[in-house]
Design a protein around this ligand. Structure first.
Ligand code: SF4
Ligand code: SF4
Length: 217
């Protein structure tokens, strides 16, 4: 699974960077490279755009995995160019931005919007597969997540809007509960649909505040 990102509009970045004349640009060699949002060519494109907008780019790098702690060492290798900059523009997911922010005393700006955790279903087509709810129910739903695949995140579907296997939100979107039904039927597990899933305790999800876990040896 990858963190799916999209580039912010350049106008939005220009506004955020209006007080900065000298900028250091950081990309990410993992998810953002795969998504073509923050790999080497996108970093070089950004450098060109910033320079065309009158900014000075003091340097750039593509950290192999921006969210990794090794970012600290990578940033250390370019400390002089970073010191010359008024800020760092990070072309990575929000985790990468926060990691760079942790290891630098320069202001850090995100160049990307972090959209979701997903997988590449077909080349160039990414789909959300898990919202990390903290209480997985895939055993009930034939391995298909209704929380992300159903427009209403229904735990007991389908709703009355499901028509010909499509979601009422758009005829281009498959109804998640139709997919779940078909898969349960193929598995001979349709009886699972007769169990009513009780009202959910969302405290394990992000609605319960920042989540932490301690793993002991
Ligand atoms: S039920 Fe929760 S943990 Fe399981 S796939 Fe869906 S969002 Fe992820
Ligand atoms: S039509 Fe299907 S996917 Fe769309 S909201 Fe209803 S149950 Fe969910």
């Amino acid at each position: 699974m990858k963190t799916i990102t999209a580039q912010k509009p350049f106008e939005e970045l220009s506004e955020a960077l209006s007080g900065a004349e000298r900028i250091y640009v950081v990309g990410c060699g993992t998810c953002a490279t795969m998504l073509h949002t923050g790999g080497k060519s996108e970093v070089l494109d950004m450098k060109e755009k910033l320079e065309a907008a009158g900014k000075k780019v003091t340097g750039w790098m593509v950290i192999p995995t921006a969210c990794d702690e090794l970012s600290k060492d990578a940033l250390g290798e370019s400390i002089q160019e970073i010191e010359q900059a008024d800020c760092i523009l990070v072309m990575a997911c929000a985790f990468g931005v926060q990691t760079v922010s942790l290891y630098s005393d320069k202001p850090v700006y995100p160049a990307l919007n972090t959209l979701f955790v997903g997988k590449e279903e077909t080349p160039g087509h990414f789909i959300e597969v898990c919202m990390q709810c903290g209480n997985c129910i895939l055993a009930r739903t034939a391995g298909i997540c209704p929380l992300v695949r159903c427009a209403k995140s229904l735990l007991n579907g389908p709703c009355g809007g499901s028509v010909d296997g499509k979601c009422e939100v758009s005829p281009d979107i498959p109804c998640a509960w139709q997919i779940i039904y078909d898969r349960l039927a193929a598995l001979g597990q349709l009886d699972k649909l007769e169990e009513i899933v009780p009202i959910r305790d969302w405290s394990t999800s992000r609605e319960g505040g920042p989540r932490t876990i301690i793993i002991s040896d």
